[in-house]
Write a protein that binds this ligand. Structure first.
Ligand code: CU
Length: 135
């Protein structure tokens, strides 16, 4: 009986292997300006996944961005997608990959919760909420 229970637990845990979002937060900003959303994508599955679209109610335009450095100057640009290899974590963070919220239709104040919808090829639609902070 104990063996069966153990097997069931192992089976359940394996069934739980999936893609999750962790440490999500958004930078405080004012209406009419831009801001960025950051998080970790934890892919615990045995398949690579691709983040290919993002949507937010609080911004006019929402894009996947990367940062780059040319001649000591930082810039950023839109990219089509982010590929998360199997069994790996992808970090979106300041001065690196981020979700750009362009043309905010409201103020985003500290500790306010902001919703973001992510679209993955494997995991499908994933809604997340992140608290706003300054850094
Ligand atoms: Cu950006």
């Amino acid at each position: 009986m104990k063996t069966i229970l153990t097997l069931l637990v192992i089976f359940f845990l394996q069934g739980e292997s999936k893609l999750t979002i962790e440490k999500q937060w958004v930078r405080v900003s004012a209406e009419g300006t831009n801001t960025a959303f950051f998080f970790d994508i934890v892919n615990q599955t045995n398949k690579a996944d691709t983040l290919y679209d993002v949507k937010s109610e609080v911004a006019e335009i929402t894009e996947i961005h990367e940062s780059y450095k040319i001649d000591g100057k930082m810039g950023m640009r839109k990219i089509q997608n982010i590929v998360i290899p199997a069994n790996s974590t992808f970090n979106l963070k300041p001065r690196s990959y981020h979700i750009m919220l362009i043309g905010l239709n409201k103020d985003i104040n500290a500790n306010e919760e902001v919703e973001l919808t992510l679209f993955f090829k494997q995991a499908g639609e994933v809604k997340i909420k992140g608290f706003a902070r300054t850094m």
